[in-house]
Design a protein around this ligand. Structure first.
Ligand code: NAD
Length: 684
């Protein structure tokens, strides 16, 4: 079946792109378009053409799978050149989405008309590349350099009304897109209106420089952002054909870069997330009301996440003060959204109407899903689940937000363990994308399907984990932090490790994170595990010493760093260096210097090793889920891909040798994982 359908509306050729589900611009689509334009030119009966998408959308992007291989002919610039060189006008009729190559194709046409609500944009930078079919040359000719920098460097998607205002489309219609496009095409018979013939409107160097700086900052100084700016600026000074050829060369170079491969890896990993939702065959339960137990940091954040997703929410806390503080956090959040213009008064009132709170357990009786977010203490959890059991309706599903505790143990103490599972949110819960859905021994398929569909409605990225200490994310993070502590003991200092990892792209180094979240949390956990810890394993006592000295992090003014009152900055503290030096001396370790590369290498290898363990133990089922977890919950740089991506780019033999070396420097307790599982699955 051809991906391009042609019919003639008397003298106008209608070219329909029919490549479901998103009419992606593939080789076949490009070839079909090229053939159609050649027919248009040759057929004397035809006066003009309209290009339109079949189904729900125009071309919503390119076939990203093709980016990983040498691109097959004809390339998109050739198709666009044919349209521009055709003596007859070609109108693009847009609906749904016109993104990436789809939008570039539209910019190559003589006019653009859109159905109301159409989304347009050039999201290439989010995939580590730049628009490679003239987007950086034609868009600035229409909307100027600064606006193009703003839109292209953010990979922004704009709606048709803004596109009309900016002059990107000449008409927006509410209905009858094709009929209106035909009228437009007929009005242009005998003319051409190529964007390439317009000069880019002049701009002041200061305003270009300010737009560029803003874009580079927001784009984390990534090379594709810098290149996009360079290309857009070329539109002011270079003849278009020269600039187009430079743009294409840069696009091709970036397309095969490791960064672009990493970003494509994430694109596909995210697409896989909801596959299980459809594949399980189990229909999710409809949820209307959510009860959240515990109005602390997490409970109030989870309540907001649910309110944002249009659920009715009841927040419960046994402690009146904690409840009123939690309610205040929710109300203040919406007040600030109102002040910031993100929501209007009607929306805020509607949201808060769906929000109730109580200290009485009767209030959860009609909830369809009950999420527990009380203190991280197994006895308290048992007590709370007993209360939930008494007051919840039989059909309600029950979830725990515990970070580390055994949810099977919690479930076993309830009337019906099949309705119990984990919903591990990250802080702040109304913001962070990641959520771990924890499948326990007896969790029903219905509970899992409902958990996934609930996460989807919340706009989260759900990864499924077995019930195991730390689940997926915290387990990898713990191994990572331990490795960084080893390096402290061997000769590095916190600021050096933090800097190396921040330069690699982590949002924050591990010691800055520890100071921010408070050293006492991990301390409490270490104390609770002290009895079961193998005394032969390497144990770094530096964090304990800091806690014993009252240095619990930012909140106490000191942790791995010093936080002088009234200052936002953190300072290096010589006392911490002394404490670390003393710890090394005590163990007879001769301190040595570390390079940034060595620090990063040890961290990445540690993460790869832990991921391989998680896969071998079937805690994680999908290798790429681990990368999603780190990027969306732990500040791992997306453009580096994540441990499974990095491993998949390595030679397995070399990786195994590296892990052996890592084990040797890490000392007793470090178990080298079998990497087969990683390679078989991520390449399979
Ligand atoms: P928190 O101390 O801020 O809040 C806990 C709340 O539970 C308090 O308001 C307390 O009054 C309430 N509570 C305690 N016992 C109760 C009972 N019997 N009945 C009703 N309410 C009760 O704690 P938090 O940081 O919000 O953490 C809550 C849970 O979420 C923990 O299991 C924690 O491990 C997990 N978690 C925390 C984070 C985080 O970053 N803080 C992240 C993910 C998961």
């Amino acid at each position: 079946m051809s991906k391009i359908k042609i019919h003639h509306d008397v003298d106008v050729m209608v070219i329909t792109v029919d490549n479901p589900p998103i009419n992606a611009g593939s080789t076949e689509v490009r070839q079909g378009l090229l053939d159609a334009i050649s027919t248009l030119e040759m057929d004397h009966q035809l006066t003009a053409a309209v290009i339109i998408g079949a189904g729900t959308t125009f071309i919503a992007g390119s076939d990203i799978k093709e980016f990983s291989q040498p691109l097959a002919d004809p390339h998109l610039p050739v198709v666009i050149a044919a349209i521009e060189n055709c003596s007859k006008p070609v109108v693009c009729a847009l609906h749904g989405a016109a993104l990436g190559g789809g939008f570039e194709l539209a910019l190559g046409c003589d006019a653009r008309i859109a159905l109301e609500g159409t989304v347009l944009g050039l999201p290439e930078v989010t995939l580590g590349i730049i628009p490679g079919a003239g987007g950086t040359q034609r868009l600035p000719r229409l909307i100027g350099v600064e606006k193009s920098i703003e839109l292209i460097c953010a990979g922004a998607r704009i709606k048709s009304d803004l596109a009309l205002k900016l002059g990107i489309v000449s008409q927006v219609v509410k209905t009858d897109l094709l009929a209106n496009a035909l009228v437009l095409a007929r009005s242009m018979i005998g003319t051409k209106n190529r964007i390439r013939d317009i000069a880019t409107p002049p701009s002041l160097p200061e305003s270009i420089s300010s737009a560029s700086q803003k874009a580079m900052k927001a784009g984390k100084n990534r090379p594709q952002v810098q290149k996009a700016i360079e290309m857009i600026c070329n539109s002011l000074v270079l003849p278009i054909d020269e600039a187009l050829s430079i743009e294409r060369g840069v696009f091709q170079d970036l397309r095969t870069s490791s960064e672009a491969r990493a970003l494509r890896h994430h694109f596909f990993a995210e697409r896989k997330l909801f596959k299980t939702l459809g594949a399980s065959g189990t229909q999710a339960q409809t949820l209307k009301q959510i009860a959240v137990i515990g109005a602390g940091t997490m409970g109030s954040g989870i309540a907001m996440a649910c309110l944002n997703a249009a659920y009715e929410v009841v927040l419960l806390d046994q402690n009146e003060t904690a409840l009123s503080n939690g309610v205040k956090r929710v109300e203040q959040f919406y007040e600030s959204r109102l002040q910031g213009g993100k929501l209007n008064q009607v929306q805020v009132s509607e949201l808060l109407q769906r929000f109730t709170y109580s200290s009485s357990w009767e209030s959860i009786a009609s909830a369809d899903l009950i999420i527990e977010a009380v203190f991280e203490d197994i006895e308290v959890k048992h007590e709370v689940f007993a209360k939930i059991d008494t007051h919840a309706k039989d059909g309600a599903l029950l979830a725990s937000n515990t970070s580390y505790l055994d949810i099977d143990a919690i479930a076993e103490n309830t009337k019906n363990p099949s309705r119990v599972f984990g919903l591990h949110f990250f802080s702040p819960a109304q913001v962070m994308k990641l959520i771990e859905i924890v499948r326990c021994r007896k969790t029903s398929a219905l509970a899992m399907a409902t958990g996934l569909s609930f996460a989807k409605r919340l706009g989260k990225m759900p990864i499924i984990s077995a019930n195991s200490f730390g689940f997926i994310g915290n387990r990898i993070y713990a191994a990572y932090r331990r490795q960084c502590e080893f390096m402290l003991e061997e000769g590095a200092y916190p600021e050096q490790i933090d800097k190396a990892l921040e330069d690699y792209g982590f949002a924050m180094g591990p010691f800055t994170v520890a100071d921010l979240s408070g050293l006492d949390i991990a301390w409490g956990m270490r104390k609770s595990q002290a009895a079961s810890r193998n005394p032969m394993h390497r144990y770094v006592s530096i964090p304990d010493s800091l806690c014993l000295a009252g240095r619990l992090g930012r909140k106490t003014g000191a942790g791995y760093y010093l936080y002088p009152e009234g200052s936002k900055d953190k300072l290096i503290d010589p006392k911490v260096h002394e404490l670390i030096d003393a710890a090394s001396r005590e163990k007879g370790i001769a301190r040595r210097s570390f390079t940034a590369d060595e620090i990063v290498k040890r961290v990445i290898l540690t993460m790869i090793n832990e991921v391989a363990q998680l896969l071998s133990e079937n805690v994680a089922a999908e290798p790429s889920d681990c990368d999603i977890a780190l990027v969306n919950g732990y500040g791992f740089p997306r453009w580096q891909g994540g441990p499974t991506f990095i491993a998949s780019e390595m030679d397995q033999g070399q990786l195994d040798r590296d892990l052996q070396e890592l084990a040797a420097v890490s000392g007793p307790g470090f178990v080298v994982a079998n990497t087969d599982v990683l390679f078989e699955r991520s390449k399979g």
